[in-house]
Design a binder for this molecule. Structure first.
Ligand code: GUN
Length: 300
């Protein structure tokens, strides 16, 4: 659209994530030369299949970047006391600079309590209340990985987001709320829309930037999009297809791509950015914990 063609520019998150991982690898090299190897500890409780895929991928990408990866797989019936004891141990472990507890946790565990027991300096998910508060007040925080990935893509595309109308669809603590805070920090005019929003298509049509993070397959249609708008699709939904399952976002890609100026595909858009940002956050946490210069270009 923006270039006069009748299809949106496709935002290549896979290529951007690969470039970010190269910068991470360079920063890891520098930290190792200074005597520290960034280390990420991932805790997985239970056997959720999607979580297992993510955790494997995190482990592999850590090693590829020259980092240490510590996996802690605990049975689904792990007690809260045992999980908190493990986190306490990792908080005090000098080889560990990032701690991630894979969500969702089994229902008998209190996610808020567990997350808030992580040392905020090692909270590479940015979910600890301290980091939420720091981000919300414009202070230096650990920024949640998926919104950070979205912002890096948006900044690459627009350079200056100031004054733009942004509509974030979804109000989760993991994506919607931190995304809105980040866009506000960039001086966007931000609307958080959700399942109870009246006339969601009309609200969405106001946006120069749409971030869809609702977890509803192909909910956002082309006629909800203002011509030329940038569409960031955070959704990863598995739909049964002919023979094998199909991966779709929260945006109906074909209709939206006919109207938007730029759009992230699913797969290959926001998805690959999340783990790249996790690695970046771990490297930043490592530098901060050791009072070393913060590597450039890894966070926002
Ligand atoms: N489950 C789905 N997304 C995330 C995430 O970003 N971090 C963690 N810890 N768990 C998740």
């Amino acid at each position: 659209m923006a270039d006069g063609s009748d299809r949106a520019r496709v935002i290549d998150g896979k290529a951007f994530a690969a470039r970010l991982r190269e910068r991470v690898t360079g920063a890891v090299h520098d930290l190792r030369a200074a005597g520290v190897t960034p280390g990420l500890a991932v805790i997985l409780v239970g056997e959720d299949p999607a979580s297992q895929v993510y955790v494997r991928s995190k482990h592999r990408q850590c090693l590829e970047a020259g980092m240490e990866s510590f996996e802690h797989r605990l049975p689904a019936d792990t007690s809260e006391a045992d999980l908190l004891a493990l986190i306490r141990r990792l908080n005090g472990d000098e080889a560990v600079h990032g701690i991630l507890v894979q969500l969702p946790l089994p229902r008998h565990l209190d996610s808020d309590l567990v997350i808030n027991s992580i040392d905020p300096r090692k909270d590479v998910d940015g979910f600890h209340i301290s980091n939420v508060g720091l981000l919300g007040t414009g202070q230096k925080a650990m920024i949640p990985c998926t919104p950070l990935g979205c912002l890096l893509l948006l900044r690459d595309l627009h350079r200056d987001l100031s004054g733009m109308e942004a509509v974030v669809i979804g109000r989760s603590n993991i994506v919607g709320k931190p995304m809105a805070q980040l866009l506000l920090r960039e001086n966007c005019t931000v609307t958080i829309a959700h399942s109870r929003t009246r006339d969601l298509p009309a609200v969405t049509r106001r946006a120069d930037i749409v971030v869809a993070a609702v977890g509803r397959p192909e909910m956002v249609r082309g006629d909800w999009i203002r011509p030329g708008a940038t569409v960031i699709d955070v959704g990863i939904n598995r739909l049964p297809g002919e023979g094998k399952e199909r991966l779709v976002g929260d945006v109906h890609y074909d209709s939206a791509a006919a109207v938007a100026g730029a759009i992230t595909p699913v797969p290959g858009g926001v998805g690959p950015m999340t783990i790249a940002c996790l690695l970046a956050n771990t490297v930043v946490a490592c530098a901060r914990l050791h009072n070393l210069p913060e590597p450039e270009g890894l966070t926002a």
